[in-house]
Design a protein around this ligand. Structure first.
Ligand code: MRU
Length: 380
């Protein structure tokens, strides 16, 4: 037990982290996921043979983070199609697995509409399943490309906003390779700054209650050799007050048409702190995260998670299970408030960086224009 993290301290493993892949063993196609609930203690893979297994993996956060949820949702539809299950039923279950990240429904819709179109055209379920899988693969590839472009645009923006270099960047939750077909969103920008010799320090919020910052972002930062320091979420205020933060970089689960940003709970307080301390607050997200159908922040559904995630703690090496399986840190029967996300209004966001460039200041019109320019005329 004492030395289970030794390898992580001296991490020399490749920086690329395989988080999701489609495999076709003789027993039939499967979706293989890196189980993120077990990180950083161990790298364990989960093999999904049907959509219900994937729905469970999504709910338990074995697979998580907005862009990856989209990719997983698309592969989940393909899995149901290839294995001959009811595709519409699988699509509904996958889409409903978590409510806030719009990418999940985008991914599910892309694969299921490819399936329906091919089925109408050919009448052949096998050809339709092939089309659904192709749509999932395309989304996976497009996300990798978007990730690289966001990193480049984000780095340019940082250079403009902070011309002196030597950035000290604060980030929240996990937004790297673990959530993406590529190197992620906000963390991809920090990584680009690191590679350019511009990152002095990555401040990593631990991100209570499920510790995506401590378990996952620190894990990724260590693998990349970034200079990082972990802090408790409530230490951020004193860090700003000490003048130690040059910029905040976060991802997003859903961006409403007015530019309101839903992201991991704790993002909004960081935006307030950043405004008070005159520090840029930058959101990095692919255009698949912009949701034209949701007009404003108040219309975003925020996922409420079970109270035991707050009233108990558990070690990452213990598989996630239900209430009562962790170590209690509150009296039995304590009620917990456990929203998974919060919403930051557009006026607190300095810029939204997408694969098509940055929007700053953040307005409904500027976002709509960016989406229209990219061919995603879904806004408005
Ligand atoms: C690019 S990732 C952006 C968000 O999905 C990320 O910051 C986040 O909040 C993830 O939450 P999670 O509950 O771990 O899925």
């Amino acid at each position: 037990m004492a030395d289970q993290y030794a390898q992580l301290r001296e991490d020399k493993r490749p920086t690329e982290i395989p988080v999701i892949r489609w495999e076709e063993p003789p027993e039939g196609p499967v979706l293989v996921l890196l189980d993120q609930t077990r990180l950083p203690a161990e790298e364990v893979e989960l093999v999904c043979t049907d959509a219900p297994a994937l729905v469970e993996a999504i709910r338990s956060l074995a697979v998580r983070g907005a862009p990856l949820l989209g990719i997983a949702g698309a592969y989940g539809v393909a899995l149901a199609a290839v294995r001959g299950f009811d595709v519409e039923e699988a699509a509904r279950a996958l889409e409903g697995a978590r409510p806030t990240a719009v990418n999940l429904s985008v991914g599910v819709h892309k694969a299921s509409s490819a399936y329906r179109t091919a089925l109408t055209k050919t009448g052949d379920p096998a050809a339709a399943a092939t089309a659904a899988l192709a749509a999932a693969r395309t989304l996976h590839q497009e996300d990798a490309e978007a990730s690289a472009r966001m990193a480049a645009h984000g780095l340019t923006l940082l250079d403009e906003l902070l011309p002196g270099g030597g950035h000290r960047i604060l980030t929240h939750c996990n937004t790297g390779s673990l959530v993406s077909g590529g190197e992620g969103t906000a963390l991809a920008v920090a990584l680009a700054a690191h590679r350019a010799g511009q990152l002095r320090r990555l401040w990593v919020d631990e991100t209570r209650p499920l510790l995506q910052g401590a378990r996952l972002t620190a894990y990724e930062a260590a693998r990349h050799g970034m200079a990082y320091t972990l802090l408790t979420d409530n230490a951020a205020g004193s860090l700003f007050a000490a003048g130690e933060v040059d910029a905040v970089l976060i991802g997003a689960d859903r961006i409403a048409a007015d530019g309101s940003v839903a992201n991991k709970v704790g993002s909004y307080p960081l935006a307030v702190l950043a405004r008070y301390h005159h520090v840029p607050f930058i959101v990095v997200a692919p255009l698949t995260t912009v949701d034209a159908q949701t007009p404003d922040g108040a219309s975003i559904e925020v996922e409420q998670r079970p109270g035991f995630e707050v009233t108990e703690v558990r070690a990452p090496q213990v598989p996630v299970a239900g209430a009562g399986d962790g170590i209690p840190v509150a009296p039995l029967g304590t009620q917990a408030y456990n929203p998974a996300f919060d919403v930051t209004p557009p006026e607190l966001v300095t810029a939204i960086v997408t694969e098509e460039g940055a929007v700053s200041p953040v307005t409904a019109g500027a976002l709509a224009e960016l989406c229209a320019r990219s061919g995603r005329a879904t806004i408005g």
